[in-house]
Design a protein around this ligand. Structure first.
Ligand code: PLP
Length: 394
């Protein structure tokens, strides 16, 4: 071939090759949507089994796979699959177990969209949802025996009252009744607990939260046996529910400091919880690190996470609005797990779709506010809370 023309050089002259013998000190970001081969037989092999390599990014991408390998190692799982959001991860689990005609039991204080997904989308294909109080094991057992569900789904730490689930007991009830147990470990992260080791069949995360940790990337991951994850992957590769490589890369970068951040979140949250407990403007503080609570010490590490909620004495629906307007370091936002502290008012955000009676029945009072405690200096967090709580007192 003669010398290439400029248009060809512009398209092909970049260096596509490896940088061997140099090895990068951080995981590389692979953005290619397709991968080619010198030897066609190799490509053929990959089409038969995606674990053999890479052909097309919807089937597998090296950066996404490095996130999946990290999460499997952290959760002590055979395999993991990454999704573009936490809800896509929840959907991956529901699609596997929510078959037409099946029944599922879901803890009633899980993330609202998790319940809505089952109630709205899966009802259309004939899946019947039953909600349970996952901390009331008699209720869980009675409903499991009555409905023989394919799936029981709960969160490690409930929202917004921060009750810890008895994962081992839930697994025992699930398995005795032919169900799988899936556990959303978004609030805990594998640093606080590894639900598979306590008998759960699958564990999932919104990696948007503590795992990513910096409030700049959406994502989700499910971990479990190779068999279960392979089934989810078969579906994801055809319905296209795959994360982009840059999102996976940001998440990997977040994971490098997850253990340090969880320590800092937990230490700050414990200090804030103790300060609130000693304050006579506060009626109640909900944090799994306050008392040597039996379930918390059984299922969580000594660090108890960054989430807590508290009830402001005499505050109303309206005056809690003043608390949200008064905070300045803390940001009023419907997220959690970021390095910065954020706060919300469950009665008007996560639980606004429920009636006052339903909320009262579940112990979610109008004066309850939630904080995801960040890793700022705790004195500054407390100073901001101090003045914002005063604004809510009527
Ligand atoms: N699970 C829990 C416990 C959550 O708090 C959230 C979101 O807040 C989700 C799942 C959904 O995650 P995402 O927003 O990444 O879709």
């Amino acid at each position: 071939m003669g010398a290439q023309k400029l248009a060809t050089i512009a398209v092909h002259a970049a260096d596509y090759g490896s940088i061997a013998p140099a090895i990068p000190t951080v995981p590389p970001l692979h953005v290619a949507t397709a991968f080619t081969f010198e030897d066609y037989a190799d490509l053929d092999k990959v089409f038969d089994d995606p674990r053999e390599g890479y052909a097309y990014a919807r089937f597998g991408n090296p950066t996404v796979r490095s996130l999946e390998a990290m999460m499997a190692a952290l959760e002590g799982a055979e395999a993991s699959i990454a999704y573009p959001s936490g809800m896509a991860a929840v959907d991956g689990v529901f699609a596997l177990y929510g078959t037409p005609g099946s029944h599922v039991l879901i803890s009633r204080d899980v993330y609202g969209a998790t319940l809505s997904l089952m109630r709205q989308q899966y009802a259309q294909i004939g899946v019947t949802l039953h909600t349970v109080d996952a901390t009331d094991l008699d209720d869980v057992r009675a409903q499991a025996e009555a409905y023989k569900p394919t799936l029981i789904h709960a969160e490690v730490i409930s929202n917004p009252l921060m009750k810890v689930s008895d994962i081992a007991a839930l697994a025992e009830i699930a398995h005795a009744n032919g169900a799988a147990l899936s556990v959303d470990n978004t609030f805990g992260t594998p640093i606080l607990t590894q639900p598979l080791a306590h008998g759960a069949d699958v564990v999932l995360h919104s990696t948007t939260k503590f795992i990513g940790g910096h409030g700049d990337v959406l994502g989700g991951v499910v971990s479990g046996s190779l068999d279960v994850i392979t089934k989810m992957r078969d579906r994801a590769r055809t319905n296209g529910s795959v994360p982009g490589p840059f999102d996976a890369w940001l998440t990997v970068r977040g994971i490098h400091t997850l253990h340090l951040r969880m320590k800092a979140h937990s230490a700050n949250a414990l200090a804030v919880a103790k300060w609130l407990q000693a304050d006579d403007r506060i009626d109640a503080v909900h944090y799994p690190g306050l008392e040597p609570e039996h379930l918390a010490s059984q299922f969580l590490s000594d660090d108890r996470g960054g989430l807590l909620s508290f009830e402001i004495r005499g505050a109303t629906l309206e005056s809690c609005g003043r608390y949200l307007e008064a905070v300045s370091l803390l940001k009023p936002a419907t997220t959690l797990g970021d390095v910065s502290s954020v706060t919300l008012h469950p009665a008007r955000s996560s639980h606004r779709g429920f009636t006052v009676a339903e909320r009262a029945d579940w112990g979610i009072r109008d004066n309850l506010v939630r904080i995801s405690v960040g890793i700022e200096d705790v004195d500054d967090i407390i100073a901001d809370l101090d003045q914002a709580i005063s604004a809510a007192i009527v």
